[in-house]
Design a protein around this ligand. Structure first.
Ligand code: DGP
Length: 115
């Protein structure tokens, strides 16, 4: 996807401080953090939202969760806790249409999941 920001990050055309990289997954800090730790974990392949991932490729979500757990552990966040969020389509709050998971941590999260 030529115009996709996250595809450009995958292609190293836009800089990002890569924190985790595998054949299928990349993680880097969110450009406008909403918590002391705010990371994005994305599949390298372009899927516009979770509903667009073919059944046969859903294992990439497993890899993304694995990357999130590993990053949380490396940053000493596992015990304190963190929040994983995936926004899907406009009403779900999605603004960048390349699948991504937010890892938010470093503060007490509120009870509300909507805002
Ligand atoms: P969402 O609203 O769930 O689609 O979240 C998209 C996130 O992507 C938002 O928190 C800001 C972040 N973002 C947008 N453009 C860039 C970028 O160029 N670099 C980085 N690191 N993050 C970006």
């Amino acid at each position: 996807m030529d115009s996709c920001i996250f595809c450009k990050i995958v292609a190293k055309q836009i800089p990002a401080a890569v924190l985790y990289e595998s054949d299928r997954v990349l993680a880097f800090p969110d450009v406008s953090p909403q918590a002391p730790t705010h990371l994005l974990i994305i599949p390298k392949a372009h899927f516009s939202h979770v509903g667009e991932i073919p059944e046969a490729e859903l294992s990439v979500i497993q890899e993304m969760v694995g990357a999130a757990r590993r990053l949380a552990s490396e940053k000493g966040l596992s015990e304190r806790g963190y929040r994983l969020v995936m926004n899907v389509n406009p009403e779900g709050g999605q603004t960048v249409f390349h699948v991504h998971m937010h890892l938010l941590a470093g503060q007490q999260m509120g009870p509300s999941l909507v805002g």
